[in-house]
Design a protein around this ligand. Structure first.
Ligand code: AP5
Length: 227
């Protein structure tokens, strides 16, 4: 299945702790299925960089590894969902992260006669997350994600995708912050696994495998869920 054969705008959710591979997989699904990746983390980092009021409020919370308030996140996401380019369908990467966000999403979708096609939990061991996160870097030019060991660019410090040579590492990817982020995940986000199981749309993927293996599993799920 590809974008041409999809019959209605799909809404896919990627759930998983920091470093599970949500961003990596969302970007691959975006290319394969013609969907738009919506990462609330990326939106918040953009707001911080732009120095907006929301960004100023979010900055310290993000640097400490906590969750930004539902009010700020929902306002940013609702704005983004009003833009034309998301009409083909979206992959929500890092949203929802609380029960209140999940319920707000249901209400937003009801208003547009849409529904969540699938919420996929990327299941990983906490121990592996620190290694994944501490080795992560991103091309400043196009946002392509890399890893020192697991996904190094073909030419060192040069983006495979756009040829850019400026690579950046995130401010919250420090070992002490990763612990707080994992704690926030288990306390506030993991309960959403049951929330979506109760709605009959939960899928689970073993995300401890190689990036390509996880992608294969996800492709099958997304193809079936958007049929
Ligand atoms: P966000 O940006 O969403 O970060 P996160 O959830 O902590 O997730 P990450 O981006 O760290 O990991 P990922 O799962 O995308 O993994 P990736 O693909 O990069 O949020 C940041 C902050 O913003 C939050 O802490 C919070 O403060 C705030 N925020 C965001 N959304 C919010 C919301 N809805 N509500 C409230 N606050 C919110 O992969 C990691 C690395 O591993 C990469 O280097 C990759 O190459 C590598 N890798 C990926 N898959 C594999 C694999 N299978 N094997 C080996 N390596 C792999």
């Amino acid at each position: 299945m590809d974008a041409m054969t999809m019959t209605r705008p799909a809404v896919l959710i990627l759930l998983g702790p920091p470093g599970a591979g949500k961003g990596t997989q969302a970007r691959m699904l975006e290319e394969r299925f013609g969907l738009v990746q919506l990462s609330t983390g990326d939106m918040l980092r953009a707001a911080v960089a732009a120095g907006t009021e929301a960004g100023q409020q979010a900055k310290a919370v993000m640097e400490a590894g906590g969750l930004v308030s539902d009010e700020i996140v929902l306002a940013i996401l609702a704005d983004r969902l009003r833009q034309d380019d998301v009409k083909a369908g979206v992959i929500l990467d890092g949203f929802p992260r609380t029960g209140a966000q999940a319920e707000a999403l249901d209400r937003m979708l009801e208003a547009t006669v849409q529904r969540v096609n699938a919420a996929v939990s990327l299941d990983v061991d906490d121990a592996a997350m620190v290694e994944r996160i501490s080795g992560r870097f991103t091309c400043k030019g196009c946002g392509e994600g890399y890893h020192d060991s697991f996904k190094a660019p073909a030419v060192a410090e040069t983006c495979d995708k756009c040829g850019g040579t400026e690579m950046v590492r995130r401010a919250d990817d420090r070992a002490e912050t990763v612990g707080a982020r994992l704690e926030a995940y288990h306390a506030q986000t993991a309960p959403l696994i049951d929330y979506y199981a109760g709605r009959g749309v939960l899928k689970r993927v073993d995300a401890m495998g190689a990036i390509g293996q996880v992608a294969d599993d996800l492709n099958g799920i997304v193809a079936a869920a958007t049929r």
